[in-house]
Design a binder for this molecule. Structure first.
Ligand SMILES: *[C@@H]1O[C@H](CO)[C@@H](O)[C@H](O)[C@H]1NC(C)=O
Ligand SMILES: *[C@@H]1O[C@H](CO)[C@@H](O)[C@H](O)[C@H]1NC(C)=O
Ligand SMILES: *[C@@H]1O[C@H](CO)[C@@H](O)[C@H](O)[C@H]1NC(C)=O
Ligand SMILES: *[C@@H]1O[C@H](CO)[C@@H](O)[C@H](O)[C@H]1NC(C)=O
Length: 641
């Protein structure tokens, strides 16, 4: 944040020079000065020196940036397009696609392929994703469900005799959806040809890429898994030593697979050589996926699920994502307190938030794949404002309760891993995409002939014989059926207000995703934090079982300390919460759009109204300043056009 420049204090927000021409900035400054003068004149005339509006405005600009003394550029701003991925190289690749006139979806293809190469522990073409795309033209958002499905030979009891096979080894693999989904989205929205979108990822896989600190950490903590599997060992170690941060990693077989798909289209994977080699490797490793599975994989394309929350509309993934339903449920509970105090960033607000999240986690286990189970009632209840009010009455400001109190019936889904990015292009087409292979390095198997890491998404299903820490029965709505998609915590969101884009966000980190997305939303939209602060502020997590609040208190990879206060900790303990310090939870990427001039204009109109004058509004603005933040926890960097 070193190069930040403060402009006129009354206009609040900080500007950065990135992606802006000096000339344009001067132009904007003089516009702002005109607006400022007008405001001052009107204020003076009206005598409303400290009207509410102005107090709000003033209090916003003194918001301290004390959190943001990190070394890199965790934030960029631009009016022409931005990409926030969890790796700077992939953000830059996405931005370069936008610079060539690409649609946000073109950039999403290139960015996700890049992430799959440089962060192979959490995503890749052997996995699946949720993608939301919104375009101002048709003022609606679409949802691409490219999540893995259960293979045709799968069954409810397939893990009866070997519980570990559900998450470890090729039998834990679901049918990958990533390439099929990217292709469908590109077919509908893409402007650039398919092939060049693959080139940067192919180059990284073949020419080698530097192991970033976060990948290095994942390799180190999974070294025995890596050294045990011939495929992983071949890519992530040399001479019996796993790769360290700063060393170069090569995956030429993955480069070949990507090249085939870039030339021949998704058929190379779903009905061609890449798929055949993959299926063969999977079979050798004990898996059950066949060419028929690949050939019959279907991307699910629907309208995004849109829900109004605290004056905003969130557009997200319908179930089997549990986030788009879970998020409004928590918000409605908080909103049903008479004061916004509930979320005002103080410790009582935090306690209420934790309680609301515990109720949400209990309720969400009634969800599942809507094409296989009827979840209408469960969904309606989770989205009901009346229900939220009833739950709010069951939350006590002085205490927390054991898990049974939250009416949890089923054992929790504990998904993991993942990667999230957001993209907004010059036309304000927006993509919010969360992609995963589930656990770190998925099934712990890399297909030697294709370089593809196998997902272990089957672990996201519930199975009848499972013994879990909560000692609760498994959720029947989430049992295995061939072609069914397992429940997920992934929560990619696009957020609009009055039909205009205001934000895109989402996170990675399995069960921690929903709490993280909720807290970043509250930080930005309710507590009015700056975008970086909203992402970087310490977060709390809860899993219902164990009945423990986990709070972040650690130093991130970039050197920033992300610290929870002793006071907050004591406050929670006094309410009976068991608390536990953790070093980092979910990773969140955020893009916001700020219609600054328009807001200033609204204030002018308001003041004019108070003094009995009429001020006519200029034409509605659709392109504000975009600010993109990549979570410093993973040391990602955003990029601007
Ligand atoms: C902002 O934070 C810094 C460092 O914590 C502190 O020195 C400074 O006084 C703060 N400024 C305001 C306006 O609170
Ligand atoms: C698979 O490829 C064959 C030709 O190799 C073609 O006849 C068939 O229609 C393809 N199937 C699908 C599902 O694309
Ligand atoms: C919390 O407050 C309620 C009344 O609002 C009271 O009945 C209850 O005993 C209190 N619980 C604790 C643990 O103090
Ligand atoms: C957070 O970490 C710091 C430094 O490691 C430590 O001094 C402090 O007690 C911790 N705070 C909490 C609430 O755990």
């Amino acid at each position: 944040m070193g190069q930040e420049i403060l402009t006129d204090p009354l206009l609040g927000n900080n500007h950065k020079t990135i992606g802006e021409k000096e000339e344009k900035k001067n132009q904007r400054r003089s516009n702002q000065k005109i607006a400022l003068c007008l405001v001052l004149i009107l204020v003076a005339v009206s005598g409303y020196y400290f009207s509410d509006n102005i107090t709000v405005l003033l209090s916003r600009q003194v918001t301290n940036h004390s959190l943001s003394h990190g070394t890199g550029n965790d934030v960029v701003e631009s009016e022409n397009g931005v990409v926030a991925a969890d790796d700077g190289r992939c953000s830059e690749i996405g931005a370069s696609v936008l610079r060539r006139g690409g649609h946000a979806v073109d950039a999403a293809v290139a960015t996700s392929l890049c992430v799959g190469v440089v962060n192979p522990m959490s995503s890749g073409i052997g996995g699946g994703s949720f993608l939301i795309v919104s375009s101002p033209e048709d003022s609606k958002a679409e949802a691409f469900d490219m999540r893995e499905t259960a293979p045709l030979a799968a069954s409810k009891d397939m893990y009866k005799n070997d519980a570990n096979a559900k998450f470890l080894g090729a039998l834990s693999m679901g049918v990958p959806g990533e390439i099929a989904g990217l292709y469908e989205a590109w077919k509908r929205y893409g402007r650039l040809p398919w092939k060049p979108l693959f080139e940067p990822a192919i180059e990284l896989a073949r020419g080698g890429f530097v192991v970033a600190p976060y990948l290095g950490r994942a390799i180190a903590s999974h070294s025995s898994l890596i050294l045990k599997d011939p495929g992983l060992r071949n890519v992530f170690s040399t001479n019996g030593q796993v790769l360290k941060p700063g060393e170069t990693c090569y995956n030429p077989k993955l480069a070949w697979s990507l090249e085939m798909i870039s030339e021949l289209g998704p058929g190379a994977f779903y009905n061609g050589t890449v798929g055949e080699k993959l299926v063969n490797d999977v079979k050798m490793a004990g898996g059950i996926i066949t060419m028929e599975d690949l050939r019959s994989y279907k991307v699910r394309i629907t309208d995004a699920m849109s829900v109004d929350v605290m004056g905003y509309t969130i557009h997200g993934m319908p179930p089997p994502s549990s986030g788009t339903v879970g998020f409004p449920m928590v918000m409605n509970i908080l909103d049903s307190y008479s004061e916004l105090y509930s979320a005002s960033g103080n410790d009582l607000g935090l306690h209420r938030l934790i309680e609301a999240m515990k109720h949400m986690f209990a309720a969400r286990m009634d969800l599942g794949d809507p094409e296989f189970v009827d979840i209408t009632n469960a969904m309606n209840q989770m989205l009901s404002k009346t229900h939220a009010e009833e739950i709010q009455k069951r939350i006590f400001d002085n205490t927390t309760f054991p898990p049974e109190y939250y009416m949890n019936r089923w054992s929790q889904l504990r998904d993991q891993g993942t990667s999230h990015f957001c993209i907004v292009d010059a036309d304000r087409n927006t993509v919010s995409m969360t992609t995963t292979v589930n656990f770190v390095f998925g099934a712990g198997v890399l297909s030697p002939s294709t370089g593809i890491v196998l997902n272990n998404e089957m672990d996201d299903f519930s199975v009848p014989t499972e013994i879990t820490p909560d000692n609760l029965p498994p959720a029947p709505t989430n049992f295995i059926v061939p072609n069914k998609r397992p429940l997920s915590s992934m929560t990619p969101l696009v957020i609009t207000k009055d039909g205009q884009l205001v934000a895109a966000l989402g996170g990675s980190g399995g069960m921690n995703i929903i709490p993280a997305v909720i807290q970043v939303f509250l930080n930005f939209f309710v507590l009015k934090m700056k975008p970086l602060e909203a992402v970087e502020s310490p977060r709390v997590y809860h899993m219902l079982m164990p009945n423990v609040v986990r709070y972040e208190n650690f130093t991130a990879i970039n050197g920033d300390h992300i610290g929870f206060t002793e006071d907050s900790k004591m406050f929670l303990e006094q309410r009976g919460h068991e608390v536990k310090e953790i070093s980092g939870g979910a990773i969140v990427q955020l893009i916001v759009q700020n219609f600054k001039e328009e807001k200033d204009e609204e204030m002018i109109i308001e003041i004019a109204r108070k003094i009995g004058k009429v001020y006519t509004k200029k034409a509605k603005q659709f392109k504000g300043l975009l600010t993109a933040v990549s979570d410093p926890r993973k040391d990602g960097k955003p990029a601007a056009v």
